[in-house]
Ligand binder design. Structure first.
Ligand SMILES: [Fe+2]
Ligand SMILES: [Fe+2]
Length: 164
């Protein structure tokens, strides 16, 4: 019997991550406009980085290799990995910043721009190709869901260790 996960399939799970991150970026922009506290903006920036790190790892470990195997579009997948690498550079910068860093807000905006563009490409090209390919997206959702829980746990453990 297949395990039940609270998503229709792998694409639905990954797109739920995209929506959650988009909401955090919008909340961050609102805080910037309304002169929100440094603490609030910093916490949100770190949450965005953590969510994106887990999401990218899920795609790189599980989803992209499976899609690459069936669609055979290496260039498309290479471009997506390149997008991840660019985003990771900015994520690393943000994670190295302290709460009062004057570059923090602008770095989050740069990251938002990169992610918006990348998500568009995933939604309009990669996800569509995955849906039309001979992939068991429901089974892949189970793999993604279980791995995501592991990665979130270790990200939280790591974050609380740093806070000590
Ligand atoms: Fe991605
Ligand atoms: Fe994605």
């Amino acid at each position: 019997m297949k395990k039940h996960v609270p998503f229709d399939d792998a694409v639905d799970l990954l797109d739920a991550d995209h929506k959650a991150v988009k909401k955090m970026f919008l909340d961050h922009a609102t805080l910037c406009e309304q002169s929100g506290t440094e603490e609030g903006k910093y916490a949100l920036a770190q949450s965005i980085c953590q969510a994106l790190t887990v999401h990218s790892q899920l795609e790189e470990e599980i989803f992209y290799p499976l899609v690459r195997d069936v669609i055979g579009k290496d260039e498309l997948m290479e471009d997506a990995l390149e997008d991840h690498a660019q985003a990771k550079e900015v994520i690393d910068q943000i994670q190295a910043m302290n709460i009062a860093d004057p570059q923090l807000d602008s770095a989050v905006k740069v990251l938002k721009g990169l992610i918006d563009q990348h998500v568009l490409q995933e939604r309009e090209v990669i996800f569509l190709k995955a849906r039309y390919a001979a992939l068991d997206l429901k089974e892949i959702a189970v793999l993604l869901f279980e791995r995501k829980q592991e990665l979130m746990l270790s990200a939280k453990a790591h974050a609380s260790k740093e806070a000590i």
